[in-house]
Write a protein of this length. Sequence first.
Length: 251
Amino acid sequence: MALFQSLDDICTKVLFFDIETAPAFPSFDAMPPALQDQWRRQTDKINRYEDSGMSPEELYPLKAGIYAEFARVVCVSFGLLGKKEGQYFFRLKSCCGEDESRLLQEFAKILDNQSIKYLCAHNGREFDVPFLARRYLIQSLPVPEMIDLRMKKPWDDEAKRIIDTMELWSFGDRKNFTRLELLCAVFDIPSPKSDIDGSKVGEVFWKDQDFERIARYCENDVLATARLYLKYMRLPSITDEQVEYADRIMV
């Protein structure tokens, strides 16, 4: 796990990122019959674990978005720390929209940047990275080398490229799950959840078609993750004045 000791060490090397996901179809009824059957089985598992008693139709818009087999990536936001004329800045950009295949291809171009050595996300090792990799395969796209951790052990160099701010907070406590917004409150970082949260992304995507709103929400998570990592490293934080927003790629 990379533990950088200065802002210069992080500049252009660490890509902070986050993804937003939504159910792959607007409703349970819109799914192909084969997937409907599989979602019924998934519903049985969810109900056994959570005892919600909900039907497949009711659970689909609420839960499908966290399973790569039943969902899609609707936004990827990413940020890089840079330095210009002696001043640090943090540049944010997003790929967002309905065309998941193109969205993934655009993000692959970012991952191919040779200066990027590490990826950083909150719960990225358990969620963001495997979710992305699975969706690349489902879309018949090559999995970018940076996130292709198939058959990799935690001590392999490839696996060490993933910096997970939740894992860093666990200090070896494997059963620990700490939400980003909780850690932001603990470390006095502005909350990234000022507008919507992950449970609302599917509704905003399918009903409102408000991709800009999803991108803003995702970018807030990226900025919060970067600020949290800097807190861990006891390094100067990113001020609002240092944040630059690049034009979003809407697909």
